[in-house]
Design a binder for this molecule. Structure first.
Ligand code: EPZ
Length: 423
């Protein structure tokens, strides 16, 4: 079993380099299925979900050449539809992008049901509604998503009932080669939507409006290869902003797009954190006591749900009563049980968490219940007095590139250990 061990507390200072964004890399890599000819994808993060994605594509027949630590060349001409290995597909939610990509290329799709972090039910009804609008017959009666388009895919107008990142990206993938024009209304506006649209555009797709709530896609006959660099990961950057605030240190965070972080910056400044914006970097420091605030997570440009566990740790350290309303998922507070083991005073009622502070976290043995919760446990451990052990760290390694190495480099007493399993 692997664990992360942290001895705290300790002020951190130094520079952190942010990698490419997990949640656009996965859509872009699966999107390569639509492209005739090789693509070079740069600034890929070194995370388990990207490795899994490449393993799935290779198993389907893609040829993948590693060019360096962060770049690959991929040619999907020999990819066969409907051949993604179920045992890999079910390990992450982003596998559902295979449906849109296979539909776009082959006019049919067969993909096992996706997995992903457990925040309660995570339906895909909007994805299905979108595929049906394009002329697809969808069958999810078994443990697979099976799609066929007997008369080929045609453009359509699609209004999403909920703002869905995955649904928006999946529909873009299915529509770029469809006959005619597709208009997506109530589209998600996350930076990873823009990143995918920019990649597809570099391959010859005709997409306008990405980043707004209305996206227009004019179907083209083919997509050609390109070289594309993934945008920086806003959630990784936000996580290190909170690391700086929680440890009372000063971090320079490189390779960011400050505009992507505006809602996070705004909330942290409200708590008394100092943030200096440079062109492609931030300097974050905290020298005064943290103030309690209220916040609600919302689709972009609102405060990201993927930053909710991390800021909850910081709110525990603030003197007074704070409140978090989870506005995106039905149950994203499972991690609070682990925080309480470290001394947090945090009560959950439905989608509202009430936090009383300040809490001085103490050491404990805790678990990463999901990817961002795992990051939150590391942040709490960095601020805690004593030796904290974090288990189930595979969740963390799905989405953070070398988090132990990056934190060690700025002064954290943190290490990854392997404990032999006792028979
Ligand atoms: C993406 O998940 C991200 N994952 C999530 O990040 C992120 O939390 C989420 O977007 C919101 O930003 C990837 O990109 C791989 P949604 P996704 O569809 O696409 C409901 C991380 O930590 N919904 O925007 O699955 C859904 O239940 C992960 O990196 C439907 O009801 O999220 C949720 O309540 C965790 N029907 C809301 O919409 C649907 O068909 C938003 O989900 C689809 C979604």
């Amino acid at each position: 079993m692997e664990k992360i061990i942290v001895n705290g507390p300790g002020r951190l200072s130094g520079t952190v380099e942010i990698n490419g964004m997990k949640n656009s890399a996965l859509g872009i890599l699966f999107g390569c299925i639509l492209v005739e000819g090789p693509c070079i994808i740069e600034n890929l993060p070194g995370i388990k979900d990207v490795t899994l994605c490449l393993d799935i594509l290779a198993a389907m027949g893609a040829s993948i050449t590693r060019l360096n630590d962060t770049s690959i060349e991929i040619d999907t001409q020999n990819v066969r539809g409907g051949t993604s290995p179920d045992e890999l597909v079910r390990k992450m939610r982003a596998s559902y992008y295979l449906v849109g990509a296979e539909l776009g290329r082959f006019g049919c799709a067969r993909v096992g049901l996706p997995g992903g972090c457990d925040f309660g039910v995570r339906p895909i009804d909007q994805h299905i509604k979108a595929f049906q609008a394009l002329g697809t017959v969808v069958d999810t009666s078994g443990d697979e998503i099976v799609c066929r388009a007997p008369n080929g895919l045609h453009g359509a107008n699609m209004f999403f009932d909920v703002v869905t990142v995955g649904g928006t990206m999946n529909l873009m993938l299915a529509a770029v080669l469809a006959e005619g024009t597709t208009v997506i209304e109530n589209a998600a506006r996350e930076p990873h939507i823009v990143d995918l649209a920019n990649f597809l555009g570099s391959c010859g797709a005709e997409i306008s409006g990405a980043g707004t709530d209305t996206i227009k896609i004019k179907g083209v006959s083919r997509l050609h290869g390109c070289t594309y660099a993934i945008a920086p990961d806003m959630i990784e950057a936000g996580t290190y902003m909170i690391v700086a605030a929680a440890t009372g240190g000063e971090l320079r965070i490189n390779n960011v797009i400050p505009k992507h972080l505006e809602s996070i910056t705004s909330k942290l400044e409200e708590m008394g954190v100092q943030i200096e914006e440079l062109d492609d970097a931030l300097i974050v420091r905290r020298e005064q006591p943290l103030k309690p605030i209220k916040l609600k997570t919302r689709p972009y440009p609102g405060f990201p749900t993927d930053m909710q566990p991390q800021i909850a740790v910081l709110l525990c350290m603030a003197g007074g009563k704070s409140e978090i309303i989870e506005g995106v998922y039905e149950n994203r507070f499972r991690y609070t049980e682990e925080l309480r083991r470290m001394g947090a005073d945090i009560a959950v009622d439905g989608n509202v968490a009430t936090i009383n502070g300040p809490t001085e976290f103490h050491q404990a043995r805790v678990r990463a219940v999901d990817l961002r919760a795992g990051a939150a446990m590391i942040i709490a451990a960095l601020a805690a007095c004593g030796r904290t052990e974090i288990e189930d760290i595979y969740h963390i390694e799905r989405g953070y590139d070398d988090i132990v190495g990056k934190l060690s480099a700025v002064g954290a007493d943190i290490r990854r250990v392997v404990i032999p399993d006792v028979d």
